[in-house]
Design a protein around this ligand. Sequence first.
Ligand SMILES: Nc1nc(=O)c2c([nH]1)NC[C@@H]1CN(c3ccc(C(=O)N[C@@H](CCC(=O)O)C(=O)O)cc3)CN21
Ligand SMILES: CC(C)C(=O)C(=O)O
Ligand SMILES: [Mg+2]
Length: 271
Amino acid sequence: MSVHSQIKRLTLRDLQGLCEKQEPIVSLTAYDATQARLMDAAGVDLVLVGDSLGMVVLGYETTVPVTMDDMIYHSRAVARGLRRALLMVDMPFMSYTSVDQALGNAARLMQEGGAQMVKLEGDAQQVAVVAALAHQGVPVCAHLGLRPQSVHKLGGYRVQGREATAARRMVEDAMALQDAGADLLLLECVPSALAAEIRTLARIPVIGIGAGPQCDGQILVVQDLLGMTDHAPRFTKNFLAGQPDIQAALAAYVQAVKSGAFPAPEHSFLA
Ligand SMILES: Nc1nc(=O)c2c([nH]1)NC[C@@H]1CN(c3ccc(C(=O)N[C@@H](CCC(=O)O)C(=O)O)cc3)CN21
Ligand SMILES: CC(C)C(=O)C(=O)O
Ligand SMILES: [Mg+2]
């Protein structure tokens, strides 16, 4: 056995273990091998090749134009940079409209892209797809709240679940996706109290972005953390400010999430 195989690759069970120990799961997006290598070394637990790459890497206005080939190209690069972190990859817009299509595309993300888990934006409509993936042994993260692939339907990137009926529906959707076999929930742009309620009810880890401090883990887009984006959403923070280099910024983010210092109230939506 070579010395290079000594570092253990995290698994879904390890993420569940962190959750049970109440140790926050630290997650970031990555789009290339250099980013992946640096965040892996900094102790990031879960790396997402997000379809946000359409915006922050490719310069589109939304994530809608992103293709399966785009996702696989970047996943392969990120996979080469990781030794410890678990690799999750987004299923892009319209790549999971039926069970058969979702199975075929998840297979490509795992076999060609090196994904250990896939993520899809969903509500109760995606229960059959999540169940089919789970039955085939594909770990799945269900992304609720603000679902950027629906931006043209939503009419903008807004906080979701502010009204009582929408909040109720989100709780029901989260439970339905969990019961269908989802292994993780990701909540984007939801009031902190709603995220806390879903986390209390869920028996699987809940990762938040703009979902307040009471989640089992936190995720950010790496360009926001490094202060590279034009108008970063308010739930982000520039962790490079005051740090000498990118390694130090990544270490500061890991420390801030593990200690519970991030997100602070100004990064959260109170209602
Ligand atoms: N750089 C970047 N960071 C992200 O977090 C991100 C992307 N790109 N692209 C894909 C989606 C789109 N996301 C976004 C984009 C904008 C807002 C935003 O401006 N939100 C308002 C909230 C408005 C309200 O109160 O309803 C904000 O002020 O943060 C939120 C999420 C999150 N994702
Ligand atoms: C913002 C995260 C959760 C995401 O889905 C992405 O980067 O595409
Ligand atoms: Mg995404």
